[in-house]
Design a protein around this ligand. Structure first.
Ligand code: 1GP
Length: 257
């Protein structure tokens, strides 16, 4: 359902050419709500355009964390669910996503069907998104029973991305996996995929420095997601490094407007 957050994203892309999204994984096994909220506020201060909340392995319920994060920031909060446990009515919107290159129908449509009634009844804004996992894929690949795309074969995810567009998805997410080594999804893959689709491409997984983020935008990505970098850095430098990365991203994006 088109709504406020989707309008916000498309308007930003139209006027600024590129967006930066921050991924927060409020997993009580590895962090606290206070810490996630602090990262969220620092990310907003550094200029990040939206917060994605979720992860492949959530221990417990994320409701509380989502509510606290939403209270602390002005930018949109968007659920990024890895399973039915990732649904919360407190967020502004939700990526209603399908892991198209999973080998297990549960991650393509099963979990979505189980979650759908609650999602519909709560009335949360949904943004349909194709989720495509690229090697190494990390935890998302393991949990999602993916057949990860080979990094040197851009044609395969391109076929899936075109299919996603034809199926009516609003976004394609090329995911190398949280904590991926090697500077994210290869630029050649991003440029091949974006050459053939008319919907925006999000990419994430291993974009840990300014250079790789800018290269992703210059290769055709519309949105770059950072998670691990935020967890490791923003509380140390107050978000100064992130602000610099986002400035570089916006400069690269402006050339496309
Ligand atoms: C994971 O793409 C995101 O779903 C972010 O990855 O944690 O490596 O930044 P990182």
């Amino acid at each position: 359902m088109a709504g406020k957050v989707w309008n916000y994203i498309t308007k930003k892309l139209e006027t600024e050419g590129a967006c930066h999204f921050s991924l927060l994984d409020p997993d009580p096994l590895s962090t606290s709500i206070e810490s996630v909220v602090e990262i969220a506020t620092l990310a907003e201060k550094a200029g990040s355009d939206a917060l994605m909340i979720g992860g492949s392995t959530i221990f417990g319920v994320i409701d509380d964390a989502v509510a606290h994060i939403k209270d602390a920031v002005e930018i949109p909060t968007i659920l990024f669910p890895g399973n039915i446990t990732g649904v919360s009515e407190h967020a502004d919107a939700m990526f209603f996503m399908s892991l198209l290159n999973s080998t297990n129908p549960y991650y393509i449509i099963g979990a979505q069907a189980l979650a759908a009634p609650k999602v519909k009844l709560t009335g949360i804004e949904t943004i349909p998104m194709a989720y495509l996992i690229v090697a190494p894929g990390k935890t998302a690949s393991w949990v999602g029973d993916a057949k990860p795309f080979l990094r040197d074969k851009p044609k395969l995810p391109t076929m899936y991305a075109i299919a996603a567009e034809l199926l009516g998805m609003k976004l394609v997410y090329l995911e190398a996996g949280s904590g991926a080594e090697g500077g994210g999804v290869p630029p050649e893959m991003i440029s091949t995929v974006t050459k053939f689709i008319d919907i925006p491409l999000i990419t994430g997984g291993g974009f840990n420095d300014e250079e790789s983020v800018i290269t992703a935008i210059e290769s055709g990505a519309s949105i770059v997601v950072q998670g691990t970098y935020l967890e490791k850095q923003v509380q140390k430098d107050g978000g100064a490094g992130l602000a610099k990365i986002i400035k570089g991203l916006k400069k690269a994006g402006a050339k496309r407007v």
